[in-house]
Design a protein around this ligand. Structure first.
Ligand SMILES: CC/C=C\C/C=C\C/C=C\CCCC(=O)SCCNC(=O)CCNC(=O)[C@H](O)C(C)(C)COP(=O)(O)OP(=O)(O)OC[C@H]1O[C@@H](n2cnc3c(N)ncnc32)[C@H](O)[C@@H]1OP(=O)(O)O
Ligand SMILES: Cc1cc2nc3c(=O)[nH]c(=O)nc-3n(C[C@H](O)[C@H](O)[C@H](O)COP(=O)(O)OP(=O)(O)OC[C@H]3O[C@@H](n4cnc5c(N)ncnc54)[C@H](O)[C@@H]3O)c2cc1C
Length: 603
């Protein structure tokens, strides 16, 4: 155990277990979480030492193995695989890889349970829940992702056969990006333009079988594959799909809201956007996912900064890097942001569950409001978390650039979330639409309108800024309100208040221009904010390691040599480097193949 970390933990002014229980929702929740996590951490199949030395194909193969192990484990422990089952969420939450079950449960199954009729749910949900079929959610196409109404895949109703015929009419209509589509899934919920009696009724969702259940071969009319290597998400076979006259029964259209009768008559839903429900769920999940990712990166960087000593500040005295105010200014706001986003994630899940049950009973009034706040928070938290994770990585210096740091994989897994489930700029504009549309509606009542689209496009930058400010304000307010509601001992509350105040003041300092421009604050007041930040950094310093310990991330989850609990960084780093495949032999074969000839040649 690193002496520095031991000292940090001894100096803490609060009880670490109390904070862990507070963040988990109580000691019983902590016990349940640790019990569930031990199932994963004690199953060797979930952990490969050489995971980051595998080829793309080996990594995919490994992810499918983990998929199978997870399903077996859930069956053995009688844990129902549902995104709204807390034990399942705990279990899948401690597996750091993106694995096929995410899309199958989080989008394929949830689309059917949210938008399928009773009969459709009775037929498909048991098949999905018992993994008799593997599904994904195929909406995005080669040329359209954001503009859902512009998707080109067609589903044309043939009343003589009471079937829909699905087609990819153009190269640009090729489904492109859906996770686990390329090699894994044998079914998909597919978004397509619905045609009946030669009229188009817009985007609707259809269950389509893609592969034979006996030999997994693509069915007739289905062309399918992986889209190739990506920046990250290397366990995921994001795929492409083309459909050539693929016939499905009428009953495969998800018809809880919109319907097509056997005679081909279209019956519209009360709110067409209910078809987008699966996206809203994932946006909600991504808020909490961003918090967890930033908390992981903060844990690694803060522990490492407590272990790392660098540069003499007095003869013979090399301080911990964490004692530099610049290092504190890098890392402590990330720690504060991770906590703030965690509380925002809890709020989002609670709000989603409340509105989701209303929607399930047919009350769709709050659908648009849920969409606005989930879109805005998804954009704001994923943007901020990806930037903050990179700050944490850079704060680790040279070793932060080694895969032994562990932050790279966190970053690579969170980075696509600024795009998937709604490109963030467009998502901000969904939050701004609520704010600005009310103001514009008032303006339009008082005077004749201008060209709305031109005004909207011209004001796009301010709209995004308005949405960001709205989200930031919401997160600060929710953070403080959440702390007020929590029972904490005075020692813990003092620490948590300092961190929350740091988050608020840091946010003002980072956006000083807005506060000055709006006249909300003067330069002198902003100087007070900067002074407050310095004071708060020194307050947080003493407890920073203890606070990240309270996140209670197992070393097997963090997979970080720099951020391991015991802080034995240098020995581990040396052994990790020696185990690199490149060091298998004393002399690499490239010497005899190439270098030796070079040395001998007369060049
Ligand atoms: C359990 C979790 C497991 C795993 C999670 C981890 C990782 C997941 C990994 C990968 C998953 C990735 C999956 C995907 O990426 S799926 C594809 C995602 N694609 C998108 O997000 C597309 C983004 N675009 C849109 O959502 C829409 O096009 C739009 C930008 C919102 C515009 O929609 P459009 O139909 O054109 O709307 P308008 O005609 O402009 O009308 C606006 C009107 O509609 C309301 N609205 C829009 N969307 C929704 C919605 N989802 N819910 C409710 N209401 C919605 C909007 O508020 C507005 O209402 P008004 O009252 O103002 O008219
Ligand atoms: C790792 C990963 C996994 C994915 N998984 C799935 C999946 O499982 N299923 C699925 O269906 N899809 C999936 N996607 C696709 C993803 O949902 C889309 O990429 C995303 O919705 C963005 O759409 P796009 O790619 O068309 O981006 P575009 O919209 O083309 O974005 C390009 C640029 O255009 C700008 N822009 C676009 N529209 C506007 C506008 N109206 N106003 C202002 N600016 C605009 C954007 O801000 C952006 O800067 C995945 C993507 C990734 C990266």
């Amino acid at each position: 155990m690193s002496e520095s970390l031991q000292t940090e933990r001894k100096n803490a002014t609060f009880n670490i277990k109390e904070l862990t229980d507070t963040l988990n929702g109580g000691p019983e929740e902590t016990r349940k979480r640790k019990q569930i996590e031990s199932l994963v951490f004690n199953t060797p199949a979930f952990h490969r030492q050489d995971r980051f030395q595998l080829s793309r194909e080996e990594i995919y193969d490994y992810s499918i193995k983990v998929y199978g192990e997870l399903i077996k484990l859930c069956k053995k422990e009688n844990i129902e695989i549902r995104y709204d089952n807390p034990d399942y969420v705990r279990l899948v939450g401690c597996i750091p890889e993106e694995i096929p079950v995410g899309l199958h449960v989080g989008m394929f199954s949830s689309s059917i349970s949210d938008q399928g009729t009773e009969e459709q749910q009775k037929k498909w949900i048991p098949l999905a829940r018992n993994f008799k079929i593997f599904g994904t959610y195929a909406q995005t196409e080669l040329a359209h992702g954001t503009f859902v109404r512009g998707l080109e895949t067609t589903a044309t109703y043939d009343e003589s056969k009471q079937e829909f015929i699905l087609n990819s009419p153009t190269i640009t209509s090729t489904k492109w990006w859906p996770g686990f589509l390329g090699r894994t899934s044998n079914h998909a919920v597919i978004a397509a333009q619905l045609y009946t009696k030669s009229k188009c009724y817009g985007i609707h969702m259809f269950i389509v079988q893609l592969r034979d259940l006996k030999d997994h071969k693509p069915l007739p009319g289905v062309t399918i594959g992986d889209i190739g290597d990506k920046f990250g998400f290397d366990t995921v076979d994001n795929g492409f799909l083309r459909l050539d006259n693929v016939h499905i029964p009428r009953e495969n259209m998800l018809m809880k809201y919109a319907k097509v009768t056997p005679e081909g008559k279209y019956l519209p839903p009360t709110n067409a956007k209910v078809a987008y429900s699966a996206m809203t769920l994932i946006r909600v999940v991504l808020v909490r996912g961003s918090a967890k990712a930033l908390a992981s990166a903060s844990t690694i960087a803060i522990r490492y900064s407590a272990v790392r000593h660098q540069t003499e500040t007095a003869p013979g005295k090399e301080p911990q890097v964490l004692d530099y105010v610049t290092q504190q200014y890098k890392l402590f706001p990330q720690l504060a942001t991770a906590l703030a986003f965690g509380f925002a994630g809890n709020y989002m899940i609670d709000t989603f569950n409340k509105i989701h049950s209303e929607i399930s009973s047919g009350q769709l009034d709050a659908l648009s409001e849920l969409h606005g706040i989930s879109s805005g928070l998804k954009a704001y938290t994923t943007d901020t978390a990806t930037a903050g994770i990179e700050v944490c990585r850079r704060a680790c210096g040279g070793h932060g650039y080694s895969n032994a740091c562990g932050i790279q994989h966190i970053y690579a897994n969170v980075l696509p979330c600024v795009t998937l489930e709604g490109e963030n700029t467009v998502m901000y504009l969904q939050a701004a639409s609520k704010v600005i549309s009310t103001i514009k509606r008032l303006e339009q009542l008082r005077r004749s309108g201008m060209d709305q689209d031109e005004a909207w496009n011209t004001a796009g930058i301010e709209l995004v800024q308005a949405a960001k400010a709205h989200c930031h304000y919401f997160i600060v307010k929710n953070y403080l309100r959440s702390l007020e509601k929590l029972n904490m001992t005075p020692s813990l509350r003092k620490v948590m208040n300092s961190i929350a105040l740091l988050y608020g003041n840091y946010g003002i300092d980072e956006n000083a221009g807005d506060f000055l421009e709006s006249g909300f604050m003067t330069g002198e007041q902003l100087n007070l904010v900067k002074a407050k930040i310095l004071q708060l950094l020194s307050e947080v310093r003493r407890n920073a390691v203890a606070v990240v310990d309270a996140f209670d991330f197992d070393d097997k989850y963090l997979r970080s040599i720099l951020g391991a609990y015991d802080g034995d960084v240098y020995n581990r780093l040396y052994n990790w480097a020696k185990s690199s495949p490149l060091n298998k032999t004393e002399v690499h074969s490239s010497y005899t193949e190439y270098l030796q000839q070079l040395l001998k040649s007369k060049l």
